[in-house]
Design a binder for this molecule. Structure first.
Ligand SMILES: Nc1ncnc2c1ncn2[C@@H]1O[C@H](COP(=O)(O)OP(=O)(O)OP(=O)(O)O)[C@@H](O)[C@H]1O
Length: 307
């Protein structure tokens, strides 16, 4: 279990994370989703004690990371796959990590096997690894101590489609065995297949959170008719809020049944009636984050200010 409570992180007066509260639960994969610069990495860095919070608190298994006696045994962390020592082999990196955590050396070949790095690849220096191989090695290091919690920042970066599927299966299995997984991404599709819960962040603030199923249901119904104005009137008469989607159809915050009945009672033939489903979630993500993108540079702050 990871609990983030009213977390705020400021860099020289710039608020990178703004009063963020959420929980990642055991047995579930929690997707931490947001556009570039939304505050995901900063939140995760605070979570694993790399950056001090300005205010608020993060606990893992009920304790602050800094208070965990052997953190690697409780929390597996992959924040930056490229941060590994380029001059060491993958096997050496895992062996050193195992020694630091007081684990038997036998964990190393086990984990290499778990992430499908071959013997030959394990003995190459990391500088010769592809980004995908570094991600696998990073995941092996995160799993080494058999932790109950995994914190992974953009773990799918650099993985090919087969690698992404492999990782999804691995995380699913890990969560199904009772583990807690928090993984970040700026790509909705990457996360929506594997996540049970979603936490969406934009400009440092949480803009939506809940189970994926609830967020999908909240994304409502897509409906279209040749006479869109009449359809809008019928929906409004039935007390259903609607707004135009990007494809000319209307998005309605109601079930397909409610929408169908409202159209039928006004005698309007429909050309389309469907659950908003994945497309709805994507639109919701774009809408939620559109006004939270950090590309307007209206807030100036100094990059690299002291943490
Ligand atoms: N050390 C720092 N000094 C100043 N600003 C920082 C520092 N670290 C991060 N920031 C700023 O905080 C904001 C959030 O950054 P963060 O890396 O947490 O976003 P992110 O959601 O992980 O984005 P990405 O998907 O691009 O990795 C950004 O505007 C970033 O420039």
């Amino acid at each position: 279990m990871i609990t983030v409570e009213n977390l705020t992180k400021e860099y020289a007066g710039f608020t990178a994370v703004d009063d963020v509260t959420f929980t990642a639960r055991p047995g579930r994969v929690t997707g931490f989703l947001g556009p570039n610069g939304a505050g995901k990495s900063t939140t995760m860095r605070v979570m694993v004690g790399l950056t001090p919070a300005t205010s608020g608190e993060v606990t893992v298994a009920g304790r602050r990371f800094a208070d965990l006696p052997n953190p690697g045994r409780e929390v597996g962390v992959l924040l930056d796959a490229s941060a590994q020592h380029a001059g060491r082999t993958g096997r050496e990196i895992l062996a050193i990590t195992a020694a630091i955590m007081g684990l038997p050396r036998t964990r190393v070949p086990e984990m290499l096997h778990r992430v499908s790095l071959t013997e030959d690849e394990a003995d190459r220096r990391v500088r010769h690894y592809s980004l995908g191989m570094r991600q696998r090695l990073g995941i092996a290091a995160a799993l080494l101590g058999d932790p109950q919690v995994l914190v992974l920042d953009e773990p799918a970066n650099g993985l090919d489609p087969a690698g992404i599927r492999w990782m999804r299966d691995l995380l699913r299995e890990y969560a199904d065995q009772g583990g807690t997984v928090l993984l970040s991404s700026h790509l909705l599709h990457e996360i929506e297949v594997v996540a049970d819960d979603l936490v969406v962040i934009g400009r440092g603030r949480i803009v939506a959170q809940g189970s994926k199923a609830d967020l999908l249901a909240a994304a409502g119904t897509v409906v279209a008719a040749d006479d869109r104005a009449a359809l809008e009137r019928a929906l409004s008469t039935a007390g259903l809020a609607s707004h135009p989607g990007t494809d000319g159809a209307l998005r309605v915050e109601a079930t397909t049944r409610e929408v169908g009945l409202a159209a039928a009672s006004a005698g309007i033939p429909l050309t389309r009636l469907a659950d908003a489903d994945g497309a709805g979630l994507e639109e919701m993500f774009l809408e939620l984050t559109a006004d939270t993108q950090r590309d307007d540079l209206t807030q100036s702050h100094s990059e690299g200010a002291a943490a």
